[in-house]
Design a protein around this ligand. Structure first.
Ligand SMILES: NC(=O)c1ccc[n+]([C@@H]2O[C@H](COP(=O)([O-])OP(=O)(O)OC[C@H]3O[C@@H](n4cnc5c(N)ncnc54)[C@H](O)[C@@H]3O)[C@@H](O)[C@H]2O)c1
Length: 330
């Protein structure tokens, strides 16, 4: 299987690439705005690990890295030729950035997804995978299954994910593509590039006396350990029978932001830091305070996540605390 991974040098993407190389050659297409060459580690040759090689093509062992932007359509289309499957994981990394730059999710989400689909169509790639998110369910306190799209998204990030899903559906119907859409919970683990755990550890690193938390700490989300995420994603790719396969990928439980903050403080070199919570139920406008996903469809297909949300968080806090406080990587 010749895989093409847009956003493959990022957090989830680099873990996915580690699994994909077991199946055949992989091309990573990433603008490295968030992703890093180091995340691909020994999978790349020396030449591709050298930062002064901005247009790095070729000279790769099993992973070829193309440093370019998904909004550069000609480059994307050219690079995609000769592959069997496209994994599209590039996106605006922080939902709340949309508050400051309201075009960000339109460009990095919706337009980049359109480009990925259109490039796949023109390059004759038959299979497509979209990394989507539970934010498509909007502010719905009850657990959501795949068909529960009653409430519309409340963030520009969620809106761009839903728009991307709609485009995938249309490409499946109009152009005969086979596609998988995975709606992830909050994914956590080593090499995390964003999210509450990294935020908290970075804040504590910067000022060890206190940790200020956005929102009242009662926000609660399902957390997915990154290896469960990549295994589950590939399980759907391998086993889903539908031409358009839409699956939630999250454990059934959820973990509160208060719990995250307490664990981060306890795992930091500053266990006496005081935690200061905000007063609002949301962390920021567009934040879904309480979210739960039902992944029974995935279970019925035969895949069960190895970690609960609490277990994923406990493990990821250790990973990220080590990353920030020991390795000094923020
Ligand atoms: N991490 C989570 O909790 C989570 C939850 C739900 C959905 N998702 C989705 O999963 C995907 C991967 O998330 P992640 O956490 O690994 O994020 P990430 O930011 O670590 O990875 C995204 C990668 O895409 C690259 N990228 C961004 N815009 C690009 C562009 N225009 N052209 C080329 N490359 C570009 C970045 O450099 C980065 O390497 C995203 O689509 C995200 O929305 C993530």
């Amino acid at each position: 299987m010749r895989s093409f991974v847009i956003g493959g040098a990022g957090f989830i993407g680099s873990h996915l690439v580690e699994r994909l190389v077991e199946r055949g050659p992989v091309t990573v297409f990433d603008n490295l705005t968030v992703g890093k060459r180091e995340f691909l580690g020994s999978l790349l040759t020396e030449a591709d690990r050298t930062p002064d090689n901005p247009q790095s093509h070729g000279t790769l062992a099993r992973v070829r890295l193309v440093v370019a932007d998904a909004l550069d359509f000609p480059t994307l289309q050219e690079a995609m030729r000769g592959h069997d499957i496209v994994f599209h994981l590039a996106a605006n990394p922080e939902a709340r950035w949309g508050l400051e730059r309201s075009r960000l999710d339109l460009e990095q989400g919706t337009l980049a997804t359109y480009n990925a689909l259109e490039a796949a169509r023109l390059a004759g790639v038959q299979r497509f995978v979209l990394a989507s998110s539970g934010t498509v369910y909007g502010n719905t306190p009850e657990p959501c299954a795949e068909q529960d799209l009653g409430n519309l998204p409340i963030s520009l990030y969620g809106a761009s994910k839903l728009a991307g899903e709609a485009l995938v559906s249309a490409y499946v119907e109009c152009f005969g593509l086979r596609a998988c859409i995975l709606r992830f919970g909050n994914v956590v683990g080593p090499r995390g590039t964003h999210g509450a755990i990294l935020d908290f550890c970075n804040k504590l690193h910067a000022h060890p006396e206190y940790l200020d938390v956005l929102g009242d700490g009662r926000q609660s989300k399902p957390y997915v350990y990154v290896t469960d995420c990549t295994k589950g994603l590939l399980y759907v790719v391998d086993h889903a029978p539908e031409a358009l396969a839409v699956y939630n990928l999250a454990p059934p439980d959820s973990t509160s932001v208060r719990r995250l903050a307490e664990l981060c403080v306890a795992s930091s070199p500053f266990p006496n830091a005081r935690i200061e919570f905000g007063s609002t139920p949301q962390g920021w406008p567009g934040d879904v305070p309480t979210s739960r996903l039902i992944a029974q469809k995935l279970a019925a297909l035969g895949f069960t996540l190895a970690h609960s949300s609490d277990e994923a968080v406990a493990k990821a806090v250790k990973d990220i605390a080590h990353q920030v406080f020991v390795s000094g990587v923020s």
